[in-house]
Design a protein around this ligand. Structure first.
Ligand SMILES: NC(=O)c1ccc[n+]([C@@H]2O[C@H](COP(=O)([O-])OP(=O)(O)OC[C@H]3O[C@@H](n4cnc5c(N)ncnc54)[C@H](O)[C@@H]3O)[C@@H](O)[C@H]2O)c1
Length: 161
């Protein structure tokens, strides 16, 4: 079992579809269904018992703690985010709520769960956080590609959060 967040969005939904096309390991999919989330992205999984969809917020610690205890995932992949640059300039509050506070609360809930696991499961456990290359700023056409060692130069509340 893995826990995917934001799995009704653009990248998360494609990840869930690809995952279940390739392996039989079930997915709990936690998504708030904001304007960016669309259950139609997952329509082909209707009736598939390997896909458990839960509508909720990654910042809801009681909910994430409950899901972790109930489903005991071996990994968490966090795609849940506010991700539209223009919206972040006009209304940054939701970006702080989800990308900063929500991610922090999810990390804390997962750390609490992880600390209860036996050593071998602890070692094998993974938390994958999906971010954006925009944290490094912008590239001119002739610039070399970003590397993880680049300095952060975010240009919007989206990329800063
Ligand atoms: N789309 C791109 O081109 C691109 C490129 C680089 C990186 N990324 C990163 O990939 C990640 C996913 O991007 P995307 O394009 O799929 O985004 P998206 O906006 O299409 O989807 C985000 C999903 O997260 C859900 N969500 C939002 N707030 C939530 C919350 N508080 N709790 C639970 N679910 C919540 C939304 O309902 C939606 O389904 C983001 O971190 C983004 O920065 C995207």
């Amino acid at each position: 079992m893995i826990l995917v967040t934001g799995g009704a969005g653009f990248i998360g939904a494609n990840f869930v579809l690809d995952w279940l096309a390739q392996v039989d390991e079930p997915v709990v999919n936690l998504d708030k269904l904001t304007y960016a989330g669309n259950r139609e992205n997952l329509a082909s999984l209707a009736g598939d018992a390997r896909h458990i969809f839960v509508q909720g917020d990654i910042g809801d610690a009681a909910l994430t703690e409950h899901l972790l205890a109930e489903h005991r995932p071996r990994a968490v992949i966090n795609f849940a985010a506010e991700s539209h640059v223009d919206r972040s300039i006009h209304g940054p509050g939701e970006f702080i709520h989800t990308n900063v506070v929500g991610t922090f609360r999810l990390l804390e809930a997962v750390r609490g769960y992880w600390s209860t696991l036996p050593d071998a499961e602890k070692q094998a456990f993974r938390f994958l956080h999906v971010s954006t290359d925009e944290v490094y700023g912008s590239l001119a056409p002739t610039d070399p590609a970003f590397a993880e060692t680049n300095r952060y130069e975010p240009n919007s509340p989206y990329s800063a959060s």
